[in-house]
Design a protein around this ligand. Sequence first.
Ligand code: HEM
Length: 119
Amino acid sequence: RDDHLYNELGGTAGIEQIVEDLLFNSIDDRRIRHHFEGVDMVRLHEKLSEQICELAGGPCVYTGDDMVKSHTGMGVTRGDFNALVEALQLAMDDNEVSVPAQNRLLARLASMYDEIVGL
Ligand code: HEM
């Protein structure tokens, strides 16, 4: 297992902080805040943290629903997806993640685009 990216994100504690900041940035962003109304943010924080930890090579196992099931009916657009990426970049800047490490995480997330947008 290559846990290099996991370590660059600050391990489990670092990832949990980045995801918390990502979620706060997202509900502060008027382009996408409507998607999060009425959502269980505690669960979303837990599942998204697990998923990013696993994706980064960390010792976590994702226990949430698959991406298609999670986003079906939401009508997430390309613009929404890009806004969430910006919210994540801001969160990683605030947590002093290097730009190369940021880009490696973003590349892994970009591969999920078709499972999230336009459903
Ligand atoms: C690469 C991008 C994304 C990833 C990795 C991702 C990941 C996830 C994960 C792990 C969950 C939780 C699944 C569960 O509860 O079992 C989730 C749910 C959710 N996602 Fe995403 N997501 C992405 C993009 C987006 C975008 C762009 C939006 C809207 C702007 C969005 C809005 C939501 C909402 C509102 C939920 C909660 C659904 C509910 O509990 O009813 N996601 N996502």
